[in-house]
Design a protein around this ligand. Structure first.
Ligand SMILES: Nc1ncnc2c1ncn2[C@@H]1O[C@H](COP(=O)(O)OP(=O)(O)OP(=O)(O)O)[C@@H](O)[C@H]1O
Ligand SMILES: [Mg+2]
Length: 464
């Protein structure tokens, strides 16, 4: 079967690889870019501040207004070799004392920056070029009142060009790395998931006839070992359920074969020659008995099938257990008397249960106990109440159930004595039905049998 429209794990992992690697590379690139930019700014500032300090020093040395006028020439000399460095000095009344050829900065901008943000780096754009600039109001040596505004700026075009190409390379690199991690991630995910595909192929081999197959857990990777283990456990459960089911159907076939072949033989014998009415009546009566037996068995099996599918819902009412047990004692009185059995009851309790079902469950236990008791023994029923449960124990003395069969007595069609298999005495469904009734009431049933003393104990939850 091909599943479409779902995200595959390989695709998902590949996408995660791409996102993770791109994010890391991008963050790294941006950190590097900002540190490079900061470095450029530091370098520019070093030049600008030193130039500003030099100017401040030279201005302080001026003695007269004439010196100030000549100051421009002096500065022109000291700027020789400083490519890209622009200086503008503005005196009183916005008169330009000095300006390098490209220093066309607006006078207002210089004076405002000098007073509001002295020495603070700024970016000024002029004539399509960008400058990093600082401005300051500096005193002169002429006299205390004569102050000038000085702006020092450097063209940062080459830095900007560098940053542009750096970011371009970064984007290209990230895109390339994303594509590469995509391909590598896809290959890695594909390879990493190979054991999963192998497991899928192994499970595809399992059919109803091969439920004994188990996935290799030791060779599976750690993450899949648990899954393989769970699948194996599921297979074991399925195998067990399947085995029970096929056992059950072959049991049914066996169980029905005997009465049907009895009926057939009897009928064929009857038909082999002419018989009188009494003989026919006798044969029909015997047939009716077989039919009754078969009918009982079929309805028992139906009940068990229903219980197995959770379709048996108890119609609960409050039941006085001692009263129910006494009623059952009355019912079995004749048989008990025949075997010289002494029936005793101890304790009492109330339980919230389906009356008919409970009667049937207890009746099955009692009929077994009576059947398997040795002549003249005592059959005890003990009702015990604890805070959260009520237990009903039925004890008889007679046949011991071997230890290895204690669990299996609750299986359908199981009888301890194989010679009694398919006898007309019992169908071997009694305890299976009792157990399914107890389970439908949320209780448990257990069996113990030592030295001829056999006890079946039903535990039911208290009134809820
Ligand atoms: N009290 C008991 N003492 C000894 N063996 C018992 C006792 N109760 C049940 N068993 C054993 O468990 C087997 C299964 O009991 P179960 O009631 O399921 O079937 P059954 O009595 O043979 O048939 P059915 O109850 O359907 O008529 C019996 O065949 C018997 O061997
Ligand atoms: Mg029985």
């Amino acid at each position: 079967m091909r599943l479409t429209g779902r995200t595959s794990i390989t695709r998902r992992l590949t996408l995660l690889f791409v996102i993770a690697s791109s994010t890391v590379l991008l963050a790294l690139g941006l950190v590097v870019a900002s540190s490079v930019e900061k470095h450029f700014e530091d370098l520019d500032m070093e030049v600008l501040v030193s130039k500003m300090d030099l100017t401040r020093h030279d201005l302080a040395l001026l003695k007269s207004q004439d010196d100030l006028t000549r100051f421009g020439q002096q500065l022109t000399h000291s700027l020789v070799g400083h490519h890209g460095l622009e200086v503008k000095i503005i005196g009183a009344n916005q008169a330009v004392i000095f300006a390098t050829p490209s220093a066309d900065f607006a006078l207002d901008l210089v004076s405002a920056s000098a007073t509001q943000n002295p020495y603070r780096p700024m970016l000024w754009t002029m004539g399509g070029r960008t400058y990093r600039a600082i401005a300051a109001e500096l005193p002169t040596g002429v006299n205390a009142d004569v102050k000038v505004f000085v702006a020092v700026a450097t063209d940062i075009a080459h830095h900007q060009a560098y940053m542009r190409s750096f970011l371009q390379t970064l984007w290209l690199f990230v895109a390339g790395a994303a594509a590469l991690t995509g391909v590598l991630g896809w290959a890695a995910a594909k390879r990493g998931l190979a054991p999963l595909r192998a497991m899928r192929e192994q499970t595809q081999a399992v059919t109803a006839q091969q439920l004994s197959y188990r996935l290799p857990v030791e060779s599976a990777p750690l993450e899949l070992a648990e899954l393989a283990q769970s699948l194996n456990e599921m297979l074991a459960r399925l195998e067990e359920a399947f085995r029970r089911l096929s056992d059950f159907s072959s049991d049914i076939a066996h169980e029905l074969r005997t009465p049907v072949s009895n009926l057939m033989t009897q009928t064929q014998v009857a038909l082999s020659r002419a018989r009188n009415a009494d003989q026919y009546r006798g044969i029909l009566e015997s047939n009716a008995e077989e039919f009754e037996h078969m009918g009982r068995m079929i309805s028992d099996m139906l009940l068990l099938a229903k219980a197995e599918n959770g379709l048996v819902v108890p119609n609960r009412e409050t039941i006085l257990l001692a009263k129910e047990v006494r009623a059952l004692f009355d019912y079995y009185d004749a048989v008990a008397e025949e075997k010289g059995l002494h029936l005793t009851l101890e304790g009492d309790g109330e339980v919230n249960a389906d009356r008919l079902m409970l009667r049937r469950a207890l009746g099955n236990l009692l009929s077994n106990a009576v059947r398997h008791s040795t002549l003249g023994t005592t059959l005890r029923v003990n009702i015990d109440t604890s805070p959260d449960a009520i237990s009903i124990a039925m004890q008889n003395t007679g046949d011991t159930i071997p230890h290895e069969y204690l669990e299996r007595v609750f299986d359908r069609f199981f009888r301890v004595d194989p010679s009694r298999q398919r006898s007309s005495e019992g169908t071997g469904l009694g305890l299976a039905i009792t157990q399914s009734i107890v389970v439908a009431h949320g209780g448990t049933i257990s069996a113990a049998s030592i030295d001829g003393v056999t006890t079946f104990t039903i535990k039911l939850p208290r009134l809820s």
